[in-house]
Design a protein. Structure first.
Length: 150
């Protein structure tokens, strides 16, 4: 059974928007550090192609945006300095699976739409031009075999 067109559209566009946001953060973090310092000593930061979390001494509270020399790091990082613990993960490790999954969803949706618009069953690809009711090949109902918008 094909997923509902609104669900397909939501998954496609949410994946695309999240991918663009993460790529923008990744590229921008080569030149800028964005971090948030909480009252409890927790820190969330994006810098040098990494997203990280830390705990320890708090130099300030709230958001900060600071420039630095261009650099991208490509692998995990963990460090302990005095009582501070820093852990970070490369943003590309989030971007790669998200972009791949989004591309697959776009491709599958495009294929299903082309089949439906060409008069073929969206489930099995059987030519259903002029056939009403169910697909004789796979038994898909008329609502599953006809073209949908989205």
């Amino acid at each position: 059974m094909q997923p509902h067109p609104k669900i397909r559209k939501t998954v496609k566009w949410t994946g695309a928007v999240l991918t663009v946001i993460l790529v923008t953060l990744w590229v921008g973090s080569a030149w800028w550090t964005i971090d948030w310092w909480g009252e409890s000593g927790r820190v969330v930061y994006v810098e040098r192609g990494m997203v990280g979390f830390a705990s320890g001494e708090v130099p300030g509270k709230g958001w900060s945006l600071n420039p630095h020399a261009p650099e991208l790091r490509w692998w995990w990082n963990r460090s302990v300095v005095k009582n501070d613990q820093w852990r970070s993960m490369p943003i590309w490790m989030l971007v790669a699976p998200l972009a791949t999954a989004t591309a697959i969803v776009w491709r599958l949706d495009g294929t299903a739409r082309r089949l439906a618009l060409s008069g073929k069953c969206a489930r099995c690809g059987y030519d259903i031009a002029g056939i009403r009711g169910t697909c004789p090949e796979c038994g898909a109902g008329a609502d599953e075999t006809r073209p949908r918008s989205g």
